[in-house]
Design a protein around this ligand. Sequence first.
Ligand SMILES: Cc1cc2nc3c(=O)[nH]c(=O)nc-3n(C[C@H](O)[C@H](O)[C@H](O)COP(=O)(O)OP(=O)(O)OC[C@H]3O[C@@H](n4cnc5c(N)ncnc54)[C@H](O)[C@@H]3O)c2cc1C
Length: 221
Amino acid sequence: VHKVVVDDAKTILADTVIVSTGASAKWLGLPSEQKYNGFGVSACAVCDGFFFKNQDVAIVGAGDTAAEEATYLAKLCNKVYMLVRRDEFRASKAMEKRVLNTPNIEIIYNSETQEILGDGKNVTGVRILNNKTQEESELAVSGFFVAIGHKPNTDIFKGWLDMDETGYIITKPDSTATKIEGVFVCGDAQDKIYRQAVTAAGTGCMAALEAERHLAEKEYA
Ligand SMILES: Cc1cc2nc3c(=O)[nH]c(=O)nc-3n(C[C@H](O)[C@H](O)[C@H](O)COP(=O)(O)OP(=O)(O)OC[C@H]3O[C@@H](n4cnc5c(N)ncnc54)[C@H](O)[C@@H]3O)c2cc1C
């Protein structure tokens, strides 16, 4: 029997548990980023890129995800400014090459986002600082994508379930089973690759079937 404590107030005893606590995008932490979230600011190019078809956008980040999202946006958008904080990429060489070979991506190295600009309703631009020269400049964009990583909401399972170095829960191959019998995990808490509603629903279905099978094997159901 597994014990789940909810809000330090309620204790549930269960024969099987499905963890589906998701993951949260990392944000820059600017007030303007919050203000325009959903009105030009997004943390998911695959989800929201289409709304910026033929427009100019900026994406911040320098890892593989940022590089992949920048090339995805480049297929839809007129121009993609890629804002890289250092003077080099963190992405793999292969991804970096893809970005460098995409004509409508302009990489701006040594750039830090100071403020996301807007008209009170939607994003209209971004103010950036060159951290080498301390020069400020503005880019006119209608979309601002943040691709600096995700954090799975799995801290509460630390010490109980196996995780990778970034906190994604490790499941058995082709399964949602964890190392604890009867405990399954689905969705973004265990998926650092796709992070989509449809894949979360798919692994959710897998977890439900596996939980049911587990109960049947134990003759609980
Ligand atoms: C802005 C945005 C747009 C998106 N657009 C799309 C799209 O167009 N298409 C698409 O396929 N995907 C999209 N996604 C991704 C999609 O939303 C996620 O992949 C999906 O919701 C993951 O499902 P999940 O059940 O794993 O986690 P979530 O939907 O994140 O649900 C996790 C839940 O667990 C709760 N929780 C967390 N910690 C605890 C805790 N300790 N105790 C109790 N509850 C907890 C959270 O409050 C939340 O309710 C988008 C995501 C964002 C942020």
